[in-house]
Design a protein around this ligand. Structure first.
Ligand SMILES: Nc1ncnc2c1ncn2[C@@H]1O[C@H](COP(=O)(O)OP(=O)(O)OP(=O)(O)O)[C@@H](O)[C@H]1O
Ligand SMILES: [Mg+2]
Length: 236
């Protein structure tokens, strides 16, 4: 039996905006097992970023529970959340978020410095991660000396270096052309084959289809398999 790494029960998040209440997440329940590759798909304003902020321990829900690797996140202080986030989550962003003055290797090492790893350990883990994404030979390159796809690979290596419980990718191919997007998705599939748990957030059905499982979100409500909502995404 696969073990759940994420258990979300009846999670809600509302925003107050000019007297109006926005139900950004409405009674969302979601279970994700270790080793899954899950896509969360939804149109603009559906609640994807709100859900990502919860999954990534960047924000608290108003209601409901969130067990990450068996630990309840909902009641943690901001400091506790930050610690859990550094330990458990590897983030991958649309715009890579690499530091331009640091080499690929230094970018990948950075979170390991915060995690308190020794210099030797940092170097080894960062090189192992760069090797996993096929960029060992580019370790000394600055981001500007790398293609967009290579920069995203460095960002993926950085996410991997901390050996997180889950990789959380928010529109990871949004800044890439379609050929490069396919390569990045293939890499994510390979990482999943190696056992990494991956959550991919996107508004693009073609991208979401590359994952093993898909849930859709619309008006803050989640549906397994895209449900009846999927027809609506054809226009995106
Ligand atoms: N800080 C906030 N204050 C008020 N309303 C918010 C806030 N953040 C999000 N919302 C609202 O919550 C809903 C969900 O927003 P969210 O950012 O999660 O959507 P999204 O699916 O990520 O959209 P996109 O694809 O455009 O990034 C929207 O109606 C949005 O206007
Ligand atoms: Mg968003």
């Amino acid at each position: 039996m696969d073990k759940p790494i994420i258990q979300i029960n009846n999670m809600s998040k509302t925003y107050q905006l000019g007297g109006e209440t926005v139900h950004a997440l409405n009674n969302v329940s979601l279970e994700i097992n270790k080793g899954e590759f899950l896509a969360i798909i939804g149109p603009s304003g559906s609640g994807k970023s709100t859900l990502m902020n919860m999954l990534g321990c960047l924000d608290h829900p108003d209601q409901g529970s969130y067990l990450l690797d068996g630990k309840e996140i909902g009641k943690m202080t901001d400091n506790q959340l930050a610690a859990i986030r550094n330990q458990k989550i590897g983030f991958i962003f649309q715009n890579f978020n690499l530091l331009s003055k640091l080499t690929a290797l230094e970018n990948v090492e950075l979170p390991l410095i915060y995690a308190g790893a020794s210099a030797g350990e940092r170097h080894k883990r960062a090189m192992d991660s760069l090797n996993k994404v096929g960029l060992k030979e580019r370790a000394g390159h600055l981001p500007a000396q790398l293609s967009g796809g290579q920069q995203q690979r460095v960002a993926i290596a950085r996410a991997l270096a901390g050996q997180p419980a889950i990789l959380l990718a928010d529109e990871p191919t949004g800044a890439l052309d379609s050929k490069t997007s396919k390569e990045i998705l293939k890499l994510m599939q390979q990482l999943n084959e190696l056992g990494h748990t991956i959550i991919l957030i996107t508004h693009d059905l073609e991208i979401a289809k590359q994952a093993k499982r898909m849930v859709s979100i619309q008006d803050g409500e989640l549906q397994e398999n895209g449900g009846a909502l999927l027809g609506d995404f054809a226009i995106y």
